[in-house]
Design a protein around this ligand. Structure first.
Ligand SMILES: *Cc1c(COP(=O)(O)O)cnc(C)c1O
Length: 455
C-alpha cells in the first residue's frame, strides 16, 4: 500500500483545515479505510465510534445492507443520465415521496446543501422579478447562521470567522440576533444545571428583533431564512420552543416567504421527519441534503410550493436557468428511496424515541463537570458547552482551542466527533446501540476531564 499520509500531505487540500497544523511535523491524520454500523476503522485496524455521523450525514450506520443493495441494484442498471430534457425512472419517485412527506408540491434536485440553498434563493429572486414584486430583494436571517459555502449561501449566512474575507463578494442581507438562550443578553436567569432554554427569564426580546426587522423591511423583505430549531455550525444553538413558528408567522405576515434550511436537521435528526414538523409551520421552501442519502451519495433537494412553481409558467423567458450536471442522479435517488423506506418501517418511530431518551438520560452526567455550562438536546443531537466559569458563563480563551483538544483526546478512547469552538456534540447514527451510546458518552466525558486537568 502506498504511504497515504505522505500522498495526502503532498497533494490534498482539506476543507476548513488550517494548512500549517495539517502539515506540521509529527502530525499524522487518522486514515479511515472501512466502516460498519456506527463504527469507523482506520488503516491500523483501530475502531472509532462515529460520534457525529460523519459530519451529520449518516442515518442508518455505515454499510447498511439495504442501502448497499439499492446502490448495487441501481449501478447494475444505470448510474447517471442527464436530467436536461430527459427524466429517469427513479428521481420522480423520490420527488413524489419528499413532496408528500413535507406537504410541498415540487422538488428540484442538486448535489449538496449549499446548492440546495442557492437554488431556493435564485428561485425566489426570479419568482419575485417575474411576478410583479421585484422590490422584494431583502433576505433576513440569523446571526451566526450557516447555509453553505457558495456565494449566495454565504450571503444568507452570518459567520464572522467563515465569511469576513469574502464580504465584498457577498450581497447584503439583514441579520437578526440569534435566540441563544444560554448566552442571551436578555436572559435574566442565573445559570442552573439544566438546559438554559428551560429556565430562561425574558420577554421574548429575540422575537421583537425579528418583528422590528420585518416591519422595517415590510415592502422589500424577500424571505426569512432559518435552520429550523437548531443552528448547527453556529455551535448547536437550540431555539426556545415555538420560536420557529412565531418568527415564520411574522415573516409570512409581512408577505415574505419562509426558506427552511433542513440540511442538518432533516430526516428525524430533531425528532419528526423534518424539524419544522415539531411546530406549526408552513414553509415555502425547504432545503435537504446531508441525511438525504444517509451518508452514501452527494444529493440534495429543494422543495417548494405550487405557487412558486407556477410563477415560472408561461413563455420561455420565465425558465429557471439553473441546474447541475448530476441533477436527478439515479444512484443518489435510489439510495435515498431505500433510506426513506427504512425510516418508514413500523418500529422506527418507537425505537427512535427510545434512542432520544437514552441520549437525554446519559448526557445528564456531563453536568457533574464544573467546566460544563450548558447541556442541550434536540432530538438525537446533544451539545455540551464548556465554560471557564459556570456562574458567570465566562468562556475559555479561544486560543486554547479546548473543544478541539477534547475531541483529539476522545479519539484515544475510540470516539470521533468534531466540535464547534468549545461546543462538543454527540449526534450518532441511528444504528447506535445503547451500549455504543454509553461508550460515546464515556469517551467524551473522560476526554473532557483529562484535558481540563492538564490545563
Ligand atoms: C452542511 C450544511 C449546509 C451546507 O451543505 P453542504 O452539503 O456542505 O454544501 C447548509 N446548511 C446547513 C444547515 C448545513 O448544516
Amino acid at each position: 500500500m502506498p504511504n497515504i499520509t505522505q500522498l495526502d500531505q503532498e497533494f490534498v487540500w482539506h476543507p476548513f483545515t488550517p494548512t500549517d497544523s495539517w502539515l506540521a511535523a509529527g502530525f499524522k491524520p487518522i486514515v479511515i479505510t472501512e466502516a460498519e454500523g456506527s463504527w469507523l476503522q482506520d488503516e491500523s485496524g483501530k475502531r472509532y465510534l462515529d460520534g457525529n455521523s460523519s459530519i451529520w450525514t449518516n442515518l442508518h450506520g455505515h454499510r447498511h445492507p439495504q442501502l448497499a443493495h439499492a446502490l448495487h441494484d441501481q449501478i447494475d442498471r444505470i448510474s447517471h443520465s442527464s436530467f436536461l430534457g430527459l427524466t429517469n425512472d427513479v428521481a420522480p419517485q423520490l420527488a413524489e415521496k419528499l413532496c408528500r412527506l413535507a406537504n410541498l408540491d415540487r422538488c428540484f434536485f442538486s448535489d449538496d446543501g449549499s446548492t440546495a440553498m442557492e437554488a431556493s434563493l435564485k428561485m425566489l429572486w426570479q419568482f419575485y422579478q417575474q411576478n410583479g414584486q421585484p422590490q422584494r430583494q431583502r433576505f433576513i436571517s440569523l446571526s451566526s447562521g450557516y447555509h453553505g459555502d457558495t456565494i449566495g449561501a454565504m450571503s444568507l449566512s452570518h459567520s464572522p470567522t467563515f465569511h469576513q474575507t469574502y464580504k465584498p463578494l457577498l450581497f447584503a442581507t439583514e441579520e437578526v440576533m440569534t435566540p441563544y438562550c444560554y448566552r442571551c443578553p436578555y436572559n435574566q436567569a442565573r445559570p442552573e444545571k439544566t438546559d438554559a432554554r428551560k429556565t430562561r427569564r425574558c420577554h421574548w426580546e429575540c422575537l421583537d428583533h425579528v418583528e422590528k426587522c420585518f416591519a422595517k423591511n415590510s415592502e422589500t423583505a424577500a424571505a426569512w431564512v432559518i435552520e429550523p430549531r437548531v443552528q448547527g455550525a453556529a455551535g448547536f444553538i437550540m431555539q426556545p420552543e415555538t420560536y420557529l413558528e412565531k418568527t415564520c408567522n411574522v415573516a409570512q405576515g409581512h408577505g415574505a416567504k419562509v426558506i427552511l434550511d433542513e440540511v442538518m436537521t432533516g430526516f428525524h435528526r430533531t425528532g419528526p421527519l423534518f424539524s419544522f414538523q415539531n411546530e406549526d409551520v408552513k414553509p415555502d421552501f425547504i432545503a435537504l441534503a446531508k441525511g438525504l442519502t444517509s451518508g452514501t451519495m452527494p444529493l440534495a433537494a429543494t422543495l417548494t410550493t405550487k405557487e412558486i412553481f407556477d410563477g415560472f409558467r408561461g413563455d420561455r423567458s420565465r425558465t429557471f436557468f439553473h441546474g447541475h450536471s448530476y441533477t436527478g442522479n439515479q444512484l443518489g435517488c435510489s439510495v435515498s428511496l431505500a433510506s426513506l423506506a427504512l425510516l418508514q418501517e413500523d418500529n422506527f418511530a418507537p425505537e427512535h424515541e427510545q434512542r432520544i431518551q437514552n441520549l437525554r438520560h446519559l448526557s445528564q452526567r456531563f453536568w457533574q463537570l464544573d467546566c460544563v455550562g450548558d447541556v442541550r438536546q434536540e432530538g438525537f443531537i446533544c451539545a455540551i458547552e464548556l465554560v471557564k466559569d459556570f456562574s458567570t458563563r465566562q468562556p475559555y480563551d479561544p486560543a486554547l482551542r479546548l473543544g478541539a483538544l477534547v475531541c483529539q483526546q476522545a479519539t484515544l478512547y475510540g470516539l470521533i466527533t468534531r466540535p464547534v469552538g468549545d461546543v462538543l456534540v454527540l449526534m450518532p447514527p441511528y444504528s447506535t446501540s445503547l451500549s455504543e451510546l454509553e461508550k460515546m458518552v464515556d469517551a467524551l466525558y473522560k476526554a473532557i476531564e483529562e484535558v481540563i486537568l492538564s490545563l
